[in-house]
Design a protein around this ligand. Structure first.
Ligand code: MLT
Length: 241
């Protein structure tokens, strides 16, 4: 088995048999929380405008989806929710099982991976073990870090290192990006909460009062959700397990 990590979404994606997409702070952590609360379908959108249009289109054919996401870490005007996994975890979804999400980096990375025509699995630390187990028999595992505005980020890199460590226990051959992610994870003493708090985006979230989101995101293997992105007229994430 081979494992490669692409550290930012501005880099080209090499051939792979699947892409695990990480935006630990906070899109994929929030997506995981949505499915743990009983969500059934989540539609990632590239822009705020697309999110409104998609929400309206879906509402014509069925129940009105929840609109969630962020710009500059805060809920855009007219959205039902921001991008806080803890807010979502505490929310009574009241039977609303569909959501549309637009975030700065996370949904863009998911849509980029979707364009590669390869199975895409959104992942965070909370569902790391479940997701690693779901892909362990594949030959070429790709991990895409959403990063920040086209650049790499310590938070996603550390989470990628955690996944690489799990996969390398099975003897995976590592590409350079995977070796770098593993080094960041080990250099940080495998202390995910501390690594998240050191990252630029982690510090910004703490400054905005979202420190509890970091603690939630740092809970490794707290969820057994295995998520997958289905392509179609509108790509959507569903729970595979
Ligand atoms: C993103 O997609 O850029 C993030 O998830 C931002 C955030 O922390 O809300």
């Amino acid at each position: 088995m081979r494992c490669e990590v692409v550290l930012s979404r501005s880099e080209p994606l090499p051939e792979a048999d699947c892409w695990l997409v990480i935006d630990i702070l906070r899109a994929t952590t929030t997506i995981c929380a949505f499915f743990d609360r009983g969500g059934e379908r989540l539609y990632p959108a590239a822009t705020i405008e697309e999110a409104f249009a998609l929400r309206d289109r879906l509402a014509e054919a069925g129940p009105r989806p929840i609109l969630m996401g962020e710009r500059n870490a805060l809920p855009p005007d007219g959205f039902d929710l921001g991008n806080s996994p803890l807010e979502l975890a505490a929310l009574d979804l009241a039977g609303r099982t569909d959501a549309v999400m637009a975030t700065t980096n996370g949904t863009a990375a998911l849509l980029k991976a979707a364009a590669s025509d390869t199975p895409v699995l959104p992942v965070c630390a909370r569902n790391a073990a479940a997701t690693a187990a779901a892909v362990i028999d594949l030959e070429r595992i790709g991990i895409l870090c959403a990063g920040r505005e086209g650049a790499s980020s310590l938070d996603d890199c550390a989470c990628a290192g955690l996944l690489v460590e799990r996969l390398s226990e099975r003897g995976a051959e590592l590409g350079d990006g995977a070796i770098l992610a593993l080094a960041a994870w080990r250099d940080g003493g495998r202390d995910l909460a501390a690594l998240l708090a050191r990252s630029v985006h982690g510090r910004r979230l703490v400054a905005l009062g979202f420190e509890r989101d970091l603690a939630f995101a740092a809970q490794i293997d707290a969820s057994d959700a295995v998520l997958a992105l289905e392509s179609g007229a509108a790509s959507r994430i569903v729970r595979r397990r």
